[in-house]
Design a binder for this molecule. Structure first.
Ligand SMILES: Cc1cc2nc3c(=O)[nH]c(=O)nc-3n(C[C@H](O)[C@H](O)[C@H](O)COP(=O)(O)OP(=O)(O)OC[C@H]3O[C@@H](n4cnc5c(N)ncnc54)[C@H](O)[C@@H]3O)c2cc1C
Length: 492
């Protein structure tokens, strides 16, 4: 069923094909929209292609659904598909039941994400071709455009979304136990709703796109446009250049030409598209070194109700602890899934239960890679091979011990804790590694493919490694950086 807003905000991909587009961006999550707005702002004609439909015009938690824990999982189901992370590349692994989720929708995962926006620590950039100093201005710009709030004062942020006395009391208990914590940095705008300013709510790329004055229908001459329900099937190559992007829309397959193509389909989809387009024949490094955060979850019970509906505490990583923790509440006793990402908006004043998430840095080995299933042409036609390294297992064991320490520090009972499988943190990275040396990397430090002249990537596929921080903010900052540098080249 077509969204009633489609004739107003969406463009026909056939019109995009005839519009003399400078840059085609594949994907409308935060990486694609951030890059698209930046490129269009520099005078380029840009079109975004999105495989999924238009479903929501803002984050699911910014409107009435925030408090509808019954509706939210069903809204996810409208655009969610299943994926597989297997330990080995064997026929049984390839045929195994999927164990993870992915989403195809205008706005990508930004319509559902949980809002936590820490930065990487300076040390986390050790394996990157540039360091924390280079990233700082892009972080600042990304935080400004996302309306980040909270944190420890080191980010560009407005006042915390939640900072009540009960939250401070729990933070003091953790501090007394030697576990310093802060009000969680969140992509939720807390600037005053006054003088004509409305809160931006949760950051979401779909609302950022719709608010952008350059955005409109290509049929009306807009400089920045979007075609939904339009899947990029493959990149059509002419020697070492992309001639066009072959797409499927409404049962028809056709080519859209462009001067430059930007991949922003999310890490695994950008890798799959590169592989199905034959790029791994030009560069065997494509698809390798894929990782995701190590992920442990727990539910803790406090001795007392705190008398506040919601709280969100962040325990930063340290040099000794390559993992961080997020503590959210207040709830009845429930084991939440990622399909309840906004649970902390829907708390219970007399609840005593806290949701605990712990994310740890994983290693990305060359053997951790994307494998195509069948002809690899559909967005579900892949799986990931990923085996935990000895260093991952050591970090996971430390995260388990830390879970008990946090519970004890809060004076809470640890009711249940589980380690999740690889892929379930939804913070995947790698597969199109960037680097300074073209013999050991797929793209240059700006995400431009070494071996294909007019092709770039702006999502986490280019990351050589990760920090413990959730990825959204860093994806947005890197997309801004790469798009700005690309715009300078294309303008020339
Ligand atoms: C429930 C949930 C909670 C989360 N919580 C947090 C959090 O608290 N903090 C945090 O930092 N991160 C969080 N994340 C992760 C975060 O949302 C993602 O890391 C980030 O949004 C990824 O952005 P992206 O642009 O790379 O990809 P996506 O958001 O996945 O967008 C990619 C888009 O490209 C489209 N696409 C892919 N391939 C093609 C193709 N061939 N043709 C056309 N279109 C294509 C897809 O359909 C998709 O819509 C969460 C994610 C989820 C789902």
């Amino acid at each position: 069923m077509t969204h009633p807003l489609a004739p107003i905000v969406l463009s026909d991909p056939r019109a995009i094909a005839g519009a003399g587009i400078d840059v085609l961006v594949i994907g409308s999550g935060t990486s694609g929209v951030t890059a698209g707005i930046e490129l269009a702002g520099r005078g380029l004609r840009v079109a975004l292609l999105e495989a999924g439909p238009l479903l929501l015009t803002e984050h699911v938690g910014s409107g009435p659904f925030a408090n509808r824990g019954d509706f939210v999982p069903e809204i996810h189901d409208a655009v969610r598909y299943r994926t597989l992370w297997a330990k080995q590349a064997d026929p049984a692994g390839a045929a195994a039941e999927p164990n993870n989720n992915a989403w195809a929708v205008v706005g990508g995962r930004t319509v559902f994400w949980g809002g936590c926006t820490p930065r990487f620590r300076d040390e986390d950039f050790a394996a990157w071709p540039y360091g924390a100093d280079e990233m700082r201005p892009w972080y600042e710009k990304a935080e400004r455009l996302m309306g980040v709030s909270g944190g420890d004062g080191s980010q560009v942020a407005s006042s915390p979304f939640m900072a009540h006395a009960a939250q401070q009391r729990l933070m003091d208990r953790l501090g007394a136990a030697g576990i310093p914590s802060i009000h969680a940095p969140l992509g939720v705008d807390t600037r005053p709703v006054a003088q004509g300013h409305m809160s931006l709510g949760f950051d979401s790329s779909v609302s950022r796109l719709l608010r952008c004055p350059l955005f409109g229908r290509v049929e009306n001459g807009a400089r920045l446009s979007l075609a939904a329900d339009t899947t990029a099937l493959k990149l059509v190559l002419d020697g070492r250049a992309v001639k066009a992007v072959r797409v499927r829309h409404g049962g028809e397959t056709f080519d859209i030409p462009a001067r430059h193509v930007v991949m922003a389909g999310s890490c695994l989809q950008s890798v799959r598209l590169a592989m199905v387009s034959g790029l791994a024949e030009l560069d065997p490094g494509i698809g390798c070194y894929v990782g995701d955060h190590l992920f442990r979850q727990a539910v803790l019970r406090l001795p007392e109700a705190i008398g506040e509906k919601s709280l969100y505490i962040f325990v930063p990583p340290t040099a000794e602890r390559p993992y961080h923790a997020q503590i959210q509440g207040m709830f009845g006793e429930t084991w939440y899934s990622p399909l309840h990402a906004t649970v902390w908006l829907d708390g219970e004043r007399d609840g005593r239960h806290l949701l605990f998430y712990c994310f740890g840095i994983s290693t990305a080995e060359r053997a951790s890679r994307v494998v195509l299933r069948g002809d690899g042409a559909g967005i579900e036609d892949y799986y990931v091979v990923n085996e935990r390294s000895p260093s991952d297992l050591a970090t996971l064991a430390a995260m388990k011990t830390f879970t008990g320490e946090v519970a004890a520090g809060l004076g809470a009972e640890l009711l249940r804790t589980e380690e999740h499988c690889a892929g379930s943190a939804l913070h995947e990275y790698g597969g199109l590694r960037m680097g300074k040396d073209k013999d050991s990397s797929v793209t240059d430090p700006d995400g431009r493919f070494w071996r294909v002249g007019n092709l770039s990537c702006v999502d986490a596929a280019t990351w050589p490694h990760q920090g413990s921080a959730n990825s959204y903010l860093t994806i947005t900052a890197v997309a801004l950086r790469n798009a700005s540098r690309l715009a300078a080249t294309l303008a020339g």
